[in-house]
Design a protein around this ligand. Structure first.
Ligand code: AMP
Ligand code: ZN
Length: 432
């Protein structure tokens, strides 16, 4: 039932003792990075500033913008030759935020994932099909290493190619899958096309659903289509990737691994801690990382700590499934998208206005994005081919930037309603 019983069930006191010792070590380490070294000098901070866990509040928050501004190496806390791996956040081909790992970091991360997977019943005898993008994104290699640590047979299937996924699943009798929830729904339509029934024709009993927000209703829908139990998996590249928080067999909140992460929940407006159990923005400090430890990283994800002890016996607290974001980041098919990226690309194309609207839809099984764009009037008076060429060009440019293919609708100037004040850029029609 437990991968590391002693750590997973540590008493609260002991867990906090461990956190404090690791926090002090982490602050000592971060001092060596360009960014924190400078910041600590300016603010007169050091490891000596930490006498209790609450003292973390003396330190400033770290944001994605800080990471971007000190790209690429401004946050590394070890000599570069100690680094063995780089990853980045999903989405954007431009300057994605990057994170670095030492060999120790990879070992700790793999162990956390092994802990997650073991917790919900995956064992050495399982066949694990990892349907996540391999490469820079963390969902592929992160889970891969964790599953190997358990000793399961790993099929590094990667994302997409649905017919092959199904073939692999059937040929090798896959028992555990890792999948983005929207893709799990899409894949079920391919089963239907092939006149197969995922409940009868596969042996999958466990699924890990991660990388994008989904509701309890969506989980139940997926569990109803397939014959497996689906467990919510939360993580972000800045904190390794997956393996930050994970549901246990009780499926009532995700245990956040507090021996690796110091957790705060703040009011995103006042930046003050919220009362216990209240909703707010999750802020995390990585307390086991060597390569690129981050202090008080603002995830922009909204959640709350679930009060009380979980019946599974683990003492690490649980967070509720992510409710939304405090910024305008969208996640479509597991890919992170900022509306600003779209605006930037559109501005580079002549005859294209900056008034645009992103519409996200979900039919029963597929998510999609439409970008409505205002273009110069002349395109509607002239040759239809010209309009079509422009549409194709915009679609291609956006695909290059976003890594997913949006549908593009060109419309006449002033046809997208302009409200007063801040423009509404996104309409999200995705429901369960
Ligand atoms: P990335 O850095 O590309 O791994 O993206 C991390 C972001 O994906 C998080 O900050 C969340 O907004 C989102 N995310 C990842 N896993 C989940 C999940 N299980 N539920 C909701 N959102 C998630
Ligand atoms: Zn539990």
């Amino acid at each position: 039932m437990y991968w590391e019983k002693d750590v997973e069930t540590l008493s609260r006191n002991k867990l906090e003792e461990l956190q404090l010792a690791q926090l002090i070590q982490t602050v000592k380490r971060t001092e060596k990075s360009y960014y924190y070294g400078k910041l600590f000098k300016e603010k007169n901070l050091s490891a000596n500033s930490i006498k209790s866990l609450q003292d973390i509040q003396k330190f400033p928050f770290t944001t994605k913008d800080d990471l971007r501004e000190h790209w690429p190496y401004g946050f590394i806390a070890v000599p570069k030759d100690e680094l063995v791996r780089m990853h980045s956040s999903s989405g954007t081909t431009g300057r994605a935020t990057v994170v670095f790992h030492t060999a120790h970091d990879i070992a700790v991360w793999s162990n956390l994932l092994a802990r997650c997977m073991f917790m919900v019943g995956m064992r050495k005898s399982d066949v694990f099909q990892n349907m996540m993008t391999y490469g820079l994104f963390t969902g592929g290699l992160g889970f891969h290493y964790g599953a190997e640590k358990i000793g399961a047979l790993v099929i590094p299937a990667g994302a997409g190619n649905s017919k092959r996924q199904i073939q692999l699943m059937m040929d090798f009798e896959t028992t555990v899958v890792h999948v983005i929830p929207s893709y799990a729904l899409h894949l079920s339509t391919v089963f239907t096309e092939l006149k197969l029934d995922p409940r009868k024709d596969t042996k999958v009993k466990i699924a890990f659903l991660g990388a994008e927000p989904h509701t309890e209703k969506m989980r139940r829908k997926i569990e109803g289509i397939y014959s497996y139990k689906a467990f919510n998996s939360y993580g972000l590249s800045e904190m390794n990737g997956p393996g930050v928080a994970f549901e246990c067999p009780y499926q009532d909140g995700m245990h956040i691994w507090e021996d690796s992460f110091l957790v705060e929940i703040i009011d995103p407006k006042t930046l003050e801690p919220v009362a216990d159990g209240q909703e707010g923005e999750l802020v995390m400090t990585s307390i086991q990382k060597e390569g690129m430890p981050l202090l008080r990283y603002r995830t922009k994800d909204l959640t709350r700590i679930i009060p009380g002890i979980c019946p599974c016996g683990r003492t690490h607290r649980r967070i509720e499934r992510i409710k939304g974001r405090t910024d305008d980041m969208l996640i479509l098919k597991g890919v992170n998208i900022f509306p600003m990226q779209i605006e930037k690309k559109l501005m580079e194309i002549p005859d294209v206005g900056t008034n645009f609207l992103i519409i996200l839809d979900r039919d029963e099984f597929n998510d999609s994005m439409t970008v409505k764009v205002e273009v110069n009037k002349k395109y509607f008076a002239g040759d239809i081919k010209q309009l079509e060429n422009l549409r194709k060009k915009i679609a291609e440019e956006l695909k290059g930037e976003l890594l997913i293919t949006p549908k593009v609708d060109l419309v006449e100037p002033d046809s997208i309603p302009k409200g007063e004040g801040k423009a509404v850029r996104v309409i999200d029609n995705r429901k369960d």
